[in-house]
Design a binder for this molecule. Structure first.
Ligand code: ADP
Length: 278
């Protein structure tokens, strides 16, 4: 048998020190950091509004009086700093990276807060990206955080897997949009969470409908929703629906997401709160 390299993730040998539980890979927080609950926001594919839902949920939990943080693990498509209008860069100290605090007090860490130019693309391979996310969790000073929302990398590949293995996620919210492939896309995310033994808090359907501001009629722009059927087939709850909302997009685009004033996701926040009591 080959000598043990202590890198169980790449070792095909069955050695006595081999660990098989996903939890064994979890990184420790830095000294003095504490995070009570970690909520991962995931999607089976990109562009469905995962970052939008992450930002809105963080704002809602912060408004409810929880000390809230966002870890932007979507390293190749980081959009959290823009939504919160963050201009300053994250700084380092002898004790670790210091997250940037938003106007209303949400602690945020994202690769865009470290890059000299936020428009530069991140052209890194999977293991490097996974390493950065581990550092965001384990080498950032997360002070007395009640709820941390993690904007997960999209899909079910190598990078989201590493993130799931490195961060002790208490539950995930699956984001999807109404489309033909929804059953398959959500199904993949569900299976991944089940394999990682992470509780699924529920699914949120984004861009669910458009409500005409003049007559109030709801239009199904992306087709009729099948989310209730899909969710019941997969044994998960539908915990929210967000319509296509140009005001919300304006807030995200102008860095003022903390000012949005719709109640679309209030029920979603209630359900997450109930399912993850701290
Ligand atoms: P993801 O994180 O899944 O890649 P984003 O949150 O970045 O997706 O959203 C993708 C695009 O869709 C963004 O331009 C965002 O502003 C827009 N968007 C997201 N949610 C909504 C919504 N409810 N109504 C209108 N546009 C939305």
């Amino acid at each position: 048998m080959a000598e043990c390299s202590h890198d169980c993730s790449s070792c095909g040998e069955s050695c006595s020190s081999r660990k098989t539980s996903p939890q064994d890979f979890i990184e420790k927080l830095s000294d003095g950091s504490s995070v009570k609950k970690v909520i991962g926001v995931v999607s089976g594919k990109g562009g469905v509004g995962k970052s939008m839902i992450t930002s809105v949920l963080a704002v809602l939990f912060n408004r409810r009086g929880y000390k809230t943080a966002v870890l932007d693990a979507d390293i190749t498509g980081p959009s959290i700093p823009k939504a919160f209008g963050l201009k300053e860069k994250a700084k380092g100290s002898d004790f670790g990276l210091i997250p940037v605090r938003s106007k209303t007090g949400i602690d945020i860490m994202s690769v865009n807060l470290l890059l000299p130019n936020e428009n530069d693309p991140v052209i890194w391979r999977g293991p490097v990206i996974g390493g950065v996310v581990k550092q965001f969790w384990g080498e950032t000073i997360w002070k007395d955080i009640d709820y941390m929302f993690v904007d997960m990398p999209p899909g079910t590949g190598d990078v989201p897997l590493t993130v799931f293995q490195s961060i002790p996620v208490d539950g995930i919210v699956i984001v999807t949009s109404p489309q033909e492939l929804v059953s398959m896309i959500v199904g993949k995310a569900v299976k991944m969470a089940q394999m990682m033994k992470i509780p699924i808090l529920g699914v949120v359907e984004n861009m669910s409908y458009y409500e005409c501001p003049d007559c109030g009629k709801r239009h199904s722009i992306y087709g009729e929703s099948h989310i209730e059927d899909v969710a019941s087939e997969l044994g998960i709850d539908v915990i929210g629906r967000l319509p296509i909302d140009t005001q919300l997009v304006k807030c995200a685009d102008t860095g003022t997401i903390e000012l949005f004033n719709s109640s679309y996701l209030d029920d979603t926040a209630d359900k997450i709160e109930q399912k993850t009591k701290i």
